[in-house]
Ligand binder design. Sequence first.
Ligand code: SF4
Ligand code: SF4
Length: 380
Amino acid sequence: MATPCDTHVAAVPKTFLQQLIDVLCAKGYRVVGPALRDGAVMWDTIRQVSDLPIGWRDEQEPGRYRLENTGSDQIFGVVHGPQSVKPLAFAPREPLLVIERTKGSFSALPTLPKSEKVAVLGARACDLAGLAIQDHIFLKDAYRDPYYQTRRDGLFLIAVNCTRALATCFCASMDTGPRASAAFDLALTELEEVFLVEAGSAAGQAMMSALSLAPASTARVREAEQQIEACARSQVRRLDRSPLPQALYDAHEHPRWDDVAARCLACGNCTMVCPTCFCHVVEEVPDLTQTRSEHTRLWDSCFTQEHGYIHGKNIRPTIKDRYRMWLTHKLASWIDQFGTSGCVGCGRCITWCPVGIDLTEELPALLKPSSQAKEKPGQA
Ligand code: SF4
Ligand code: SF4
C-alpha cells in the first residue's frame, strides 16, 4: 500500500496508458477494459486508449443505472458496470467434458480452455476482493478447479483506485475498498494530470522496472491518498457487520422476510451481477446423432425453482425461502463457511435489482425487534 514518500509509487503522464497497453500487447496479453456497450459499461478488448469510455461517468441508485458524458478527459470516470472480474475467471458457460460414442464404447474428451494471457485494465477494489473469494472457492486445498485455474493463471490485474463513490457503494464499511489493497499486479490512481502507478506483485514490479517510471513526489502521493479517503467518506451506504453472523440467524422468523418477498421478483439479477456468487448447474446436451454429448457448466441462481429441487422435493419453494437463504448465506453462514463475508460492498445487487431491493436497508430492518418491523422500505 502506498504511503507518502513511497519511492515505489511512480507518477506518469496520461499518455503512459497507451504505452502500457502497447507493452502488454507486445508481451502477448489481450488487454480487456471497460467499454460502452448497449447503454452500460462492459469488459471488452482494448487496443487504444480511445476504446475506453473517456469523459463518461455512471450514476447508480436502487434499480437505476445511467451513463452520462461529462465532456471531461477523465479516462476511468465510470466506476463499474454490471460485470465484476468474475466472468473472466469463472466463465458463465464452460464445457467441462465431451463424451463420444464410437463402436460400442465411450471416450471422454477434455475441454480445458486454451490458456490465454489477459490483462484486465480497470478492476476496482471490490472486484478484486470478489475475485479473492472466487479463488478461495475454486482453488483452495485439494479441490482445485482446472477450468477456473487455467483462466485465472492468465490474468494480469491492473486495478484503478476509486476517487469517486457511487450512491450504491459501501466497500468502505466492508473493508474492501475504495483502495485496492491486494491481489493486483499494478494499481493506478487517476489524478487530474497524471496517473500514480504502484506494483502489487513481482509481475507488476517487473513491468514497472521495464517501463523505467519516475518516482512520484510526496505531494502527488498525498493528493491521491486524500482523494481515496474522501471517496470512502462520501459513501452514503454502509453495512454494520458487528452483530453478524448470529443476529441474522436469530432473525430467521422475522416478519420482514415476508415484506421483502412481496417485493422480490426472484429474477436472479442480484446473483448474476454479484462478484462472489458461485452457484452453477451442469447440463448435459446430447447432439442429434446420439453419439456425442457435451457436459456444460452454467451460472445458476439460488432464486430459481430448479436450484432448490433436491431428490424429488423443492427445499425452497417460496420467494421468501430463497431471499432468506441468499441474504443469510451472504452475510452470515458465509462467515462460518469461508471465514469472510460473502459481500464485498460493490452495490451491484442494489443497482441491478429491477425493484431496487437494497441489502443495506434490509439488514437493519431484519435486525430490529419484530414489533418494529412493519415500517416501509426506506424507513429502516
Ligand atoms: S451482495 Fe450485492 S453488494 Fe454484496 S458483493 Fe454481492 S452484488 Fe455486491
Ligand atoms: S432481490 Fe431483486 S434482483 Fe434479486 S431476485 Fe429479487 S427482484 Fe431479482
